[in-house]
Design a protein around this ligand. Structure first.
Ligand code: ADP
Ligand code: MG
Length: 608
């Protein structure tokens, strides 16, 4: 083969292949252009999952007639002029490639008009070649229609997924954009059906409800946290409102949608002991932090963001969640049980780990389609086009001026739950303690409450007490990875628990004594898991100890149907009040539930 310079028609396609992988990439680029053009309304219409047609209409600045053709040239952009401009970038695009790339692989039509021009212009391009051009009357703004994506690239066309899969990606991407750009009215239409319309009022809550629609989402409660490194706001579910998977956890960092293990970890640790194993709360969290604490030089294929210090993030997220869950708003409501989880597994005793519970779709607006139908077909991994394009240009400054962080950061009023506002009555059925405050009626489960009190007491005692050991007749040999042989810290942790062990050879320890409360097999298994986790850098929760303490707490607690006097009730509540988590028993069952006066009046048809 001889060496030839490829014609433009070919280079266009090669480059397009990189930027434009599938319909969702087209939608993303075009919507970002509309955002950059200061549009306050953007309509996204797709047919056939975007494979047949994508139409984006905005009411932004429009493009001046003489410039329209230029916009389709590679590296044509109005957003920067010099390399210096990159430093103060406040737009989503800047490389001037998207329009050229999209036009190269589709039949594209653009209609655009600026405010100052009397008429607009319509341009038709096939595979990047201009087919026709005409003046037309049209509203201010820009409409771009992309038909037959990859019609001239059969190989790429073949790799497109099913209509449902492609539209799922688009719906997810546009939903996330709508959540970060709450001042813009988004409308998403698929095959003629409106999936959602947002209000563009600038607040997250109404946007969440417009996009996700479920009646349940109205029940999300505000979350807020701030320290010197990080500011978090968002909406999270009460512990009574959970799903069987993480799909309903949305994280944004400085306005970008991301996946993140440290954030996930913070969420779960914030909800620890409040939800059952295998259940996942619904959260929308917007983190805002100085870009200096973010690693932007991540590999383009990674959809996760890297933080300088994961622990700072995990801890902040956990604290944000915990402080929200300690508020009045977060107390589980009686009606939650009937309305929120039709899969009532939340209130069944433990696990149900592997059961996928498909939530019922409650459509507020009947003519609108539930977007979860689309989302349910998509793979669990989250596309992150925004972050990706950021990462592709490794030396680009982090774009922090563009809507730095989250939309309406307003510190919500978070009222901590206060036991002192409650007036207690007797226990009914010798099981449920009654209480009221100004606007609510409460039922406490006397067993669950007492179990919580005892559990925290035992945990506390365990950590303070001297640990007793039992001597083994036959010592256990423990294989220890070389990398932690020099590290004394893990030995100390085990020793504090009651293990007595000594170094044996190059990579082994011999355990001569084990904690008094463990069986031999338990002690061996625990030490092994402990070492594995320690090597992985995970914090170790002593499950064996915790399980034992829970059992002990359960056994020593008053049971349902045990009669307790008013004085005993008050004494127990005094102790519950002092607990770190007075809201649930150690397994995640609620210790009390609230019925609002409003709900009660509704039951009696006094209000609607
Ligand atoms: P970039 O966004 O990186 O500048 P694009 O190829 O996406 O490159 O767009 C090229 C140029 O076309 C933009 O810089 C902008 O001036 C103009 N443009 C594209 N879409 C729109 C739109 N919806 N409204 C107004 N101008 C637009
Ligand atoms: Mg662009």
């Amino acid at each position: 083969m001889s060496i030839k310079v490829l014609p433009k028609s070919v280079t266009d396609k090669i480059a397009a292949g990189e930027v434009i992988e599938r319909p969702v990439s087209v939608v993303k680029e075009l919507v970002e252009n509309s955002i950059d053009a200061d549009a306050s309304e953007i309509t996204i219409e797709i047919q056939g999952g975007g494979k047949d047609l994508i139409r984006i209409t905005d009411n932004g600045t429009g493009i001046e007639k003489p410039e329209v053709k230029t916009a389709f040239l590679r590296h044509a952009t109005s957003k920067i002029e010099t390399a210096e401009d990159l430093k103060s970038l406040n737009t989503l695009g800047f490389r001037g490639e998207a329009l050229a790339s999209i036009a190269a692989v589709s039949r594209l039509e653009i209609i655009t008009k600026t405010k100052t021009e009397k008429s607009g212009i319509k341009l038709l391009l096939h595979g990047g070649e201009i087919i026709s051009e005409e003046n037309i009357g049209c509203p201010d703004g820009t409409t771009i229609i992309v038909r037959d994506l990859f019609y001239n690239l059969p190989a790429r066309h073949k790799f497109l997924k099913t209509e449902a899969a492609e539209s799922g990606k688009i719906v997810d991407m546009v939903s996330r954009l709508a959540l970060t750009e709450t001042n813009i009215k988004f409308r998403l239409i698929s095959n003629g059906k409106t999936l959602f319309t947002t209000l563009g009022r600038g607040d997250i809550k109404s946007t969440i409800i417009s996009v996700y629609k479920d009646r349940e989402y109205k029940e999300l409660i505000p979350c807020y946290f701030k320290n010197d490194k990080i500011e978090i706001n968002g909406y999270i579910s009460r512990p009574s409102f959970t799903r069987a998977n993480r799909r309903n956890q949305y994280f944004f960092v400085n306005g970008r949608t991301i996946k993140s293990k440290p954030i996930e970890k913070g969420v779960m640790s914030g909800y620890a002991e409040r939800v059952f194993d295998g259940r996942y709360p619904i959260v929308f969290l917007f983190l805002k932090m100085d870009p200096r604490y973010l690693d932007i030089n991540i590999h383009p294929n990674k959809k996760e963001i890297r933080f300088d210090d994961d622990v700072v993030v995990t801890t902040a997220v956990r604290d944000a969640i915990v402080s929200t869950l300690n508020t009045k708003d977060a107390v589980i409501k009686g009606e939650d049980i009937f309305t929120l989880n039709e899969d009532t597994s939340d209130f069944k005793y433990i696990t149900n780990k592997n059961v996928e519970n498909i939530p019922r779709n409650v459509n507020v607006e009947a003519e609108q389609v539930d977007i979860k139908q689309f989302l349910s077909t998509k793979p669990r991994s989250i596309e992150n086009p925004v972050l990706k394009s950021e990462a592709e240009s490794e030396d680009m400054p982090f774009n922090m001026d563009h809507k730095f962080g989250s939309p309406d950061i307003k510190e919500p009023e978070l009222k901590p739950f206060n036991f002192d506002e409650l007036t207690f009555g007797e226990a009914i059925f010798n099981t449920y303690i009654t209480a009221t405050d100004e606007n609510n009626f409460y039922l406490f489960d006397q067993h669950a409450a007492h179990e919580r009190v005892n559990y925290e007491k035992f945990i506390d005692a365990y950590f303070r007490a001297e640990k007793f050991s039992q001597v083994l007749l036959l010592p256990i040999t423990l294989e220890v990875p070389i990398e932690i042989m020099e590290d004394d810290n893990w030995v100390k942790i085990l020793t504090d628990m009651g293990y007595v062990m000594e170094l044996f050879g190059e990579s082994q320890y011999i355990i001569r004594e084990i904690p008094e409360f463990m069986e031999i097999s338990e002690a061996e298994a625990f030490a092994n898991t402990f070492i594995d986790e320690y090597v992985e850098g995970n914090s170790i929760k002593n499950d064996v100890v915790i399980e034992k303490l829970i059992t002990k707490a359960c056994k020593s607690s008053i049971k349902a149907h045990d009669h307790i006097s008013k004085d005993e009730i008050l004494a127990m509540i005094e102790q519950l009040k002092l607990c770190k988590n007075p809201f649930s028993c150690p397994h995640g069952r609620p210790t009390f539930i609230k019925f609002s006066l409003y709900e009660i009046e509704k039951m009696f048809k006094r209000v609607n």
